[in-house]
Design a protein around this ligand. Sequence first.
Ligand SMILES: [Zn+2]
Length: 341
Amino acid sequence: MFALQNVADRELVIGDIEPPAAPGPDEVQIRMKAVALNHIDVWSWRGMAFAKRADKQIPGAEGAGEIVAVGDNVKDLEIGQLVAIYGAITCGTCDPCLEGRDNHCTAKQVIYGFHTHGFFQELINVPARLAVVAPDGLPAESAALAGITFGTPEHMLFDNAKLKAGETVLVQAGGSGIGSAAIQLIKDVGAIAYTTVGSDEKGQKAIELGADEFINYKNERFEGRIRRLTKKRGVDVVFEHIGPDTFKGSMLSMRRGGKLVTCGSTTGVMGEINLNLLYQQQLHLLGSFGCTLGNMKSVMDKMASGSIKPVIDTVLELRDVEEGLIRLENRDVFGKIIVKM
Ligand SMILES: [Zn+2]
């Protein structure tokens, strides 16, 4: 069977590998249908994955496929079902896992495509509890976006920031996969979305997605514009995933008692925080990572009902993955790059 393998820094080849054995008693075997590209794939392509290069690491952290075999103990899944796969292997027995909050697993968190081989392979065995069934009729390209692209902002906005109708949100980088997903989730609950973008063209696309205002960060300071848009009050929630390039401005964009929720730092990991601002303004800083199995189900239901619509920039063939990674690295995308398997 085929698999995409990382053989050297910035070098991926399609190799022929041994297919997996029959699934274990609590596993299902999945034929991958669609894999979405994320920044984590750029990092592993550059050689930063913790999986050993000697093992010809297989990337891919977010995807969906069809069940082709089920283990003996698996009662609630069937051959032929389309499933979105959770992005990490967790213990399944600790309290958070038993509550479906696998992103809080106290025992382990092995991320697909980074700590272990990922989804860019023809067939893969995964724990059955981490396969989330897609609603009838949902295309694989949409289901492939449940694990990170939509699941992550769903968890950030609703579980962490407790976003409500009528509240205002600043979404950093509304043209990114996760930013464009966030705008739709925000509008779907009747909240107000302001977003930063790197070009007016991306800004227009964000408006078409439902954003209320865009701010081209290359032309103006977004924190100043946010102050004007909110009559000096600041927004209720800042949706962060950029890091040092935007963090200071994000801190200045919150209202007194506002919340900043972050799931990433693509521009570096170290930043400064004005501690006076933090306590005087009584700000809430919320770290968020991944999502729950329930978040994946919820976003796929929203997709199936049409209340949110995945923004797909490009669908690539497997041989063209590097082209997609280069575009992601250069932020030359609007929405998601999906790879057809
Ligand atoms: Zn656990």
